[in-house]
Design a protein around this ligand. Structure first.
Ligand SMILES: Cc1ncc(COP(=O)(O)O)c(C=O)c1O
Length: 507
């Protein structure tokens, strides 16, 4: 029986008591004091903070208890099954954390001379090589800090490519399928292009005729997610990239779902020019809650000179790794230093631990688990598959609860709340937008069959309850979780995101 902790939810600020301390800083040395004074003089007076920051004054014990209690009210991939579609909440092996925690990795500084950090540079160089090999790209930058940041980097490369050919005033449009992750059209706008949306066909794939009709001389490129957000491997993929290249457009591969294809197929071989990876998904580095991620970007040889600077290179003559700033068409810098090093280190450890064959079996298991669940779930009364129910999915699938909603007034949201009460994280809901009452389920490769069966049983239980007209039991969930039903509309319309905002509201 699942039961989550329900501690008193006082904020740490509310536990503050004047004069209480939990940590004592060393006294500044004379030299440090002088340095501080010197810095203060350099900072314009209107930017100087006169008042000390309003931090809570609490003891060490108070801090430990507060955060331990919060962690008990939380749910993570280390607590249980987390089939949040498109987010790849697979288990993150602890060996990766161990590697990232070694003192040598924790104490390096990006300002160190490259000669003193050859090991760190080697790790980044080799990681980039692995990603290039897996994707069929020539060169990879590790700088982008998230998938969306990788998209931004990639589309800025598209922009720079057309600029370098003097065509940017003509090349104004980027084609994006209607099933795309929201970050794709957002990226297009941020990079100054216009999005042209094309519909999916009944198989959940890109409608080739619609694509052909959308491609014109104004097409700067296309952004495709493969497998797409419906969990389908795009048909006609080579045809699609060929059509784009015929008008001198570039084909961008959103590789956030790379965990479905490792060692099986490569975007480069499908004709793509640019790819981003979500290391925090495919390569098992912890994510969620805004934690550090990494969205490396790979490009073909003809786009190498457009990559952000510096890239990490190896000089065979001197046998040393170095930072290469000499890229004629570079889009410049897109992030400080060279990337989120501890995330990169975790991904590198994950890759080395599994090797090429191991990565291949990761994808095989991810796809097998998803197909097992899809086959069982689509038979449950009230649920259906919006695409062809006989086709195979890749690493995830989308289930629609539209019949359950229409016939028994139980929505995808209600199903999710019921799932929470049984000790599982719910799937992604109401995405992709093209599927009514969508539940997007991604079991990942790291879950055993028993776990998948338990989850399927919960969906079965919802269906049985609803069709026996016991909707009330479903609608009162969650009662076993730390937090019950929240007012979603109020949370979205009047968000209170900090103690300061809360105080202001009270006043
Ligand atoms: C298909 C797809 N593209 C892009 C992204 C954006 O990645 P991030 O959240 O790291 O910015 C995601 C995130 O889940 C995704 O699923």
């Amino acid at each position: 029986m699942f039961k989550q902790a329900r501690w008193d939810r006082t904020l740490i600020f509310e536990q503050s008591s004047s004069g209480r301390i939990g940590f004592q800083l060393e006294k500044l040395t004379k030299r440090e004091e002088n340095l501080l004074d010197h810095c203060k003089q350099k900072i314009p007076s209107d930017l100087l903070r006169i008042e000390p920051p309003a931090l809570p004054e609490v003891s060490e014990l108070c801090v430990v208890r507060h955060f331990t209690r919060l962690s008990q009210m939380n749910y993570g991939v280390d607590s249980g099954f987390y089939p949040l579609g498109s987010c790849t909440m697979k288990y993150n092996p602890k060996v990766c954390d161990l590697a990232a925690a070694i003192p040598e990795a924790q104490t390096v500084h990006p300002y160190q001379d490259p000669s003193s950090v050859q090991g760190s540079l080697q790790i980044m160089y080799e990681l980039a090589k692995w990603l290039a090999e897996l994707s069929g790209m020539k060169k990879v930058t590790l700088q982008p800090a998230a998938g969306a940041h990788g998209e931004y980097t990639g589309i800025m490369i598209v922009r720079q490519y057309h600029l370098s050919k003097g065509n940017l005033n003509k090349k104004r449009e980027i084609i994006v399928p209607d099933s795309a992750h929201g970050t794709n059209p957002a990226t297009v706008s941020m990079c100054g292009f216009e999005t042209v949306v094309i519909p999916s066909n009944e198989d959940g794939c890109v409608d080739l005729e619609a694509l052909q009709a959308a491609v014109t001389d104004r097409t700067a490129g296309v952004m495709f997610t493969n497998p797409n957000t419906l969990g389908m491997f795009e048909q006609n993929i080579e045809e699609i990239t060929k059509i784009i290249h015929e008008v001198d457009g570039l084909a961008y591969y959103d590789g956030a779902n790379f965990n479905a294809i490792m060692g099986k197929v490569r975007p480069g071989d499908m004709g793509f020019d640019i790819v981003h990876f979500n290391l925090h998904k495919t390569f098992a580095t912890p994510h969620g809650g805004g934690g550090p991620g990494a969205g490396p970007v790979g490009v073909t040889s003809s786009l190498e000179s457009f990559l952000p600077i510096p890239t990490i290179d190896f000089d065979h003559e001197t046998n040393t790794y170095f930072l290469q700033y000499d890229h004629s068409n570079s889009i410049g810098k897109i992030r400080s230093y060279y990337g989120n090093f501890s995330t990169l280190l975790r991904a590198y450890t994950y890759i080395l631990r599994l090797g090429y064959e191991g990565l291949k079996s990761v994808s095989e298991m991810a796809v097998l688990n998803a197909n097992y669940m899809k086959t069982k779930c689509q038979k449950i009364k009230g649920f259906s598959i919006p695409t062809n129910k006989n086709s195979f999915c890749m690493h995830e699938f989308v289930l629609s609860a539209k019949e359950l909603f229409k016939e028994k007034n139980i929505s995808a949201l209600d199903v999710s709340k019921f799932i929470i009460d049984h000790g599982f994280h719910p799937p992604t809901i109401y995405f992709p937008l093209i599927v009514p009452e969508a539940l997007m389920i991604e079991p990942t490769e790291s879950e055993p069959k028993k776990m998948l069966d338990e989850f399927i049983d919960i969906l079965m239980e919802v269906s049985n309850l609803a069709y026996a007209n016991h909707q009330d039991t479903i609608l009162e969930a969650p009662i076993n979780a730390s937090i019950g039903r929240i007012d979603d509309v109020k949370a979205a319309r009047q968000p209170i995101l900090s103690y300061r905002m809360m105080k202001r509201k009270e006043e």
